[in-house]
Design a protein around this ligand. Sequence first.
Ligand code: F6P
Length: 352
Amino acid sequence: MRIAILTSGGDAPGMNAAIRSLAQVGAARGHDIFGVRDGYMGLMDGAFERLRVRDVDGISRFGGTILGSARSEEFREAAGRARACTQLQQAGIDGLVVVGGNGSLTGAHLLAAESSCRIVGIPASIDNDIGHTATAIGVDTAVNTIVEACDRISDTASSHRRAFLVEVMGRESGFLAMRAGIAAEADAIVYSERGRGEDEIIAHLRQILRRSFAPERGKRRVLIIKAEGVRIPVAKLVARLREHLADDAPGVTLRETVLGHLVRGGRPSQADRVVAQRLAFAAALALEEGHNDVMLGWDVLPEYGEATADPRIRRVALEEVIAETERMRDGTSNLTQVRVNLLNQVEPLLSL
Ligand code: F6P
């Protein structure tokens, strides 16, 4: 087969391991593998380049994606996708592997209906906001990066008797804040799925500051993790908390840090590399077996999708992935409710 691979949307650590894995599987199983430059933008321009194993030696250890990535408005339009179909046909591509997040997988689903080439998706997004996959490429590394950053902040915070408000990425999902917050011993985690308004958040955080720095508790550090998805600017929250700080926690200072893109880069963890390699292997097999318009998901619940040769991987229709992703966004997904309920149970313990 002639198989192409592209990485699309926000890059995620581990994407390179997926690219290398596909090149290796291709070499071992007699396929010609092509990389597409800059995601769907490159696909519309026919930017294919042959990927041999020697081209991908050692790339698993690098963050980002050696193929480049992009967010393409043009590909959302039928005319853009028609250009991509023509390029795929002209290059004689039989199978396309799309590595990306929700927007990229939605594009893959549309393309599968319009192109004669088979399309399979691999979930990659640090946000962990993709349906029917317990994790996506990049999530583990991003959580580890946040925890390390928070540990560093905790060192300086406790030296100075300070409170810190740290914002982490996650446009539509509070997963990174939740997971890293627990691991970094945060005193409070502010995430949109909880459904609190601004005044409620401020009241909650003031209570934590009062209690934590009270002489009978005597904390020297308070760490508040806020998810990007809570659309109140960090500066505004901090300004509002500072108005009362002299009363709530006399002598304490409050600082803010927005981790931003720092969380998206960096050396991929072993877990992200291994997940990426196995998903890419499964993607190649899925294409060989003639599957189309599907995503390979990691630790998918057994009632969804179909089993593959890898016991941790199931094949799920992209349409179903997109529908579940939407439910995760609007809060009706069972998974979102489980996550929120779990965190609700431990919330009173965080700030003890
Ligand atoms: O990849 C997901 C993500 O990192 C979100 O958490 C964040 O909101 C967004 O991408 C940022 O995108 P960009 O790099 O295009 O500003």
